[in-house]
Design a protein around this ligand. Sequence first.
Ligand code: WTA
Length: 645
Amino acid sequence: MSEAVFPVPAEVAARALVDDAKYQEMYAKSVNDPEGFWGEHGKRIDWIKPFTKVKNTSYDYDNVSIKWFEDGTLNVSANCVDRHLAERGDQIAIIWEGDDPSEHKNITYKELHGEVCRFANVLKEQGVKKGDRVTIYMPMIPEAAYAMLACARVGAVHSIVFGGFSPDSLAQRIEGCSSRCVITADEGLRGGRKVPLKANVDKACEKAPVDSVIMVKRTGGDVDFVEGRDVWYHEAAAKVADTCEPEEMNAEDPLFILYTSGSTGQPKGVLHTSGGYLTYASMTHQYVFDYHDGDVYWCTADVGWVTGHSYIVYGPLANGATTLMFEGVPTYPSPSRFWEVCDKHKVNIFYTAPTAIRALMGGGDEHVTKTDRSSLRLLGSVGEPINPEAWNWYYNVVGEKRCPIVDTWWQTETGGILISPLPGATDLKPGSATRPFFGVQPAIVDAEGKVLEGATEGNLVITDSWPGQMRTVYGDHDRFVQTYFATYKGYYFTGDGCRRDADGYYWITGRVDDVINVSGHRMGTAEVESALVAHPKVSEAAVVGYPHDIKGQGIYAYVTLMEGEEPTEELKKELVKHVRAEIGPIASPDLIQFAPGLPKTRSGKIMRRILRKIAEDSFDSLGDTSTLADPAVVDDLIDNRQNKA
Ligand code: WTA
């Protein structure tokens, strides 16, 4: 734990939107008078019919209900596009940088308007109407953003599925929200390798049939074409107008569904709505990144994750920003790629994940120092706790001690950043997400739900609603209530552990449930387990996370085989392949241990605490094992552990 403090640099303070005094004043108002505060800041977006009601929220277990600006109407795509045309029609909205460094494209707001309208008209032609769900399975190309905004324009609800998910996972998500339309590309391109997106869609649609598949041509690769269902986007787009009236939507009409992993069961469809989400995404984007007109901003996430939704597309575009969209990977064609792109497009604000920082750190400083990076002014981090070594390298080597780092803590469920430094206001401590954003009231509770005061450690809850909060689990409000509001009555439970220091700074310590964070991607251990037990040779599986130098956490699987099956290296490979096929490459187990038995209580509950310890290679403090049905299994697990130092 580092106690170093990095004060706000004078040059940063001089141009910042908010200094510490202003932060204190705004924060106090935001929590003392949320109606007044959000009533004022809700006006940062354009309303068709202005709201008269601001906040109508209840965390009461028997009546969880979250509504913001509930009588206002708006259109999110008009806010991200049309309203900028008069003042900044010729300004670049999206800089697209291809996987191959020879490819890039600038899209102005005027062009974005035409593209989004065309896409919206194609959707309409395919019969997509207000309220319909549309699944998007796309590479990082501008059409992914056009597709999102086109859905918003016609009032359809998009559900983006990350391109690294398997056909089965895609099918499950298409079915989960009963999408009738999928938008995809022939193939994706990442690090010079092709990703068979359309072929995956074809496989998914065998299980989850849809009426139409709209396909963007990216690589020109060979793909099947199903007559009557498939449509080439470029052919359809050529036949429609480049104007399309935006649909008038209520503030609480759904904007998107995004499936995310939880501690139990299959992924949940996190539902975000229109007015509050956009207000919150745009406000956090402006303040956390201290965004000024003309800045070039780059978030390296994929639109398949919430970070891509809020901080590549909706937040920046609502603010009339220039947002960079990158198709490739950090190490292709060389580990200098990120910094070369920063130089090429004069990036001022750069936002990435600790896993990428750690991977690049391992490659050596010269890949960074040979680039210029003088345009950079601010760095950001998201997705998992950033260890102080990675923080220091990011700060010293990438940012040359010039650029503050905003370590932003948030979740798919929160819609936007909840805890983060503001660059002009907050002194930094490496590894701490520091202080809450306006309107956010964190608290730390013990296992019984008692709120702990002062410097302390426990579980992180939020005591009241903010406009960007998810509204429900799509189609399953009870699951929403049980997941987030049942553990600690009256509070939103984040699933994260947290420490608060004497300065009131928050330090996120990681998940306290069975969710693991692999390379910044969220995985439920239960999902990996159910994929493993679906294999005919597996009788039982238990999956835990373990510390991994680059990925943050790796996936460690304990597998019990069916009677008579041989525990071979080939079978391990087969199981990895099987999980990749069931869920996708991001869920590949890093280590598999064949276990003749798993440690269980007499009532048959797997004692994961013990499995975690063994996976961490720290088994001398296993704690009480006396309640185990068969304590001897533990010795075998320890002897055959796969993560020996
Ligand atoms: C973790 C990503 C520490 C946390 C936006 C959270 C972090 C989960 C940070 C949500 C951070 C995210 N410091 N931990 N700055 N940011 N996390 O839904 O465990 O993919 O609960 O949202 O990532 O992951 P999700």
